[in-house]
Design a protein around this ligand. Sequence first.
Ligand code: IMP
Length: 209
Amino acid sequence: MHLPGLAPIGIGCGEMIEPVVEVIPEPALQSRIGELGAQITADYEGKSPILVAVLHGALPFLADLSRAIRAELDIDFLALSRFGEGGRVRIAMDTLSSLEGRHVIIIEDIVDTGLTLNVLRRMIEMREVASLATATLIDKSSRRLVETPLEYRGFEIGDEFLLGYGMDWEGLFRNLPSIWAVLDLAAFAENPARLHGLALNRPGDSLNT
Ligand code: IMP
């Protein structure tokens, strides 16, 4: 699904222009994830894939996508750390399961330059897996520096910095139920906590007392 443009949704506040806008509301997220789940269910009929989520950003996507896949499957996790220059990454925390002979689906929140995923795929391919695919919720394809296969993608978006639903800014905002784009980073950084108010305390929200 391609997002044509960034339309602010429901954050108008008089004359004030917010430095962040909601770009993918919860219903659109869940509906698209349902479609991806159906696609994966059909593609892996008779197989028992293992979903390998890249911590921490992929967690909400993993939780919803795994429940949208109607097949027997395993779940595992790994974490990466970056070092040096040029997007060099290493595995900081490995999967508990062996991936040898398994149908592996890497679960990513976002693919940007593609450098991380490219290295990760090569590391997993060396483990003699039966097959390898990637599912990413967001694809920033216009920023790609290295081509890497992407079998399942939720939304294509421009080069805006995104937050929420697993994606963070300085470790925060992963718990927002929808996805927001930062339009003005300097203005946003002046009062980042305001986004919690915008995103989590909406009229009609049952958590809002
Ligand atoms: P890549 O190696 O450039 O593809 O970067 C992938 C990683 O960069 C993702 O897994 C995220 O951790 C991070 N990243 C890239 N773009 C964003 C964004 O818009 N918001 C939050 N994190 C991002």
